[in-house]
Design a protein around this ligand. Structure first.
Ligand SMILES: [Zn+2]
Length: 78
């Protein structure tokens, strides 16, 4: 499977906790990230500030959620 590679040409990214029971997410400014940054590389560098879990899911922030991206795994109903 090909490495997930997204050009982060958007100013903001959303960082989601890997733990779906936690659902913690933050918005971050992705302006300073390199163009060829691999999300799989930076995802491992995040640690949730709420539950302490290592790793995160990074998504570019779109103003509309109707661009064919599946729902992020953290946004589960209880
Ligand atoms: Zn968490």
């Amino acid at each position: 499977m090909a490495d997930l590679r997204l050009r982060l040409n958007l100013p903001y990214a959303l960082i989601y906790c890997r733990d779906h029971r936690c659902s913690h997410h933050v918005e971050t400014n992705a302006d300073g990230w390199p163009d060829d940054v691999r999300l799989s590389d930076i995802e491992a560098n995040f640690t949730c500030t709420r539950c302490g879990k290592r790793g995160a899911d990074v998504r570019p922030k779109f103003s509309q959620a109707s661009m064919g991206f599946r729902q992020v795994p953290c946004r589960t109903v209880r």
